[in-house]
Design a binder for this molecule. Structure first.
Ligand SMILES: [Zn+2]
Length: 121
């Protein structure tokens, strides 16, 4: 992959995090929530075979879990809310964090896999 030699690894990863094509940063990486485009509309890079598999889900849960831990402590031990409301708040915040993190982590993993030239499919 001679084209990655001129591109900084962190630039590619930052573009992936933002949902942009890691190679050019000019076009979207996803055509739907988690569905990557087949080829970049700007540079023509093929994204069809760059598969992140379970990496984005793992990273999203890891991040959400660590961020939720203080929230869990606060809402459990520092509030007088009823149990059903505590549970509802934790579920809503946890699901929202995972849904927000998932496409970003997928972009990050796809950029990383693409940049390193790791075998795909
Ligand atoms: Zn591109």
């Amino acid at each position: 992959m001679e084209y990655t030699a001129q591109l900084d690894k962190w630039t590619a990863i930052r573009r992936g995090l933002k949902g942009q094509c890691p190679k050019c940063g000019e076009a979207k990486l996803f055509k739907a929530y988690l569905k990557p485009v087949e080829t970049c509309a700007s540079c023509g890079e093929n994204w069809e075979n760059v598969r992140a598999d379970d990496g984005p889900a793992w990273a999203s849960m890891l991040i959400a879990g660590h961020v939720l831990a203080p929230f869990f402590y606060f809402i459990t031990f520092r509030t007088e809310l009823p149990d059903w409301l505590r549970t509802l708040a934790l579920v809503v915040v946890g699901v929202a964090m995972c849904l927000l993190a998932l496409p970003r982590m997928k972009g990050l993993f796809m950029a990383w896999i693409w940049y390193t030239g790791a075998p795909t499919s």
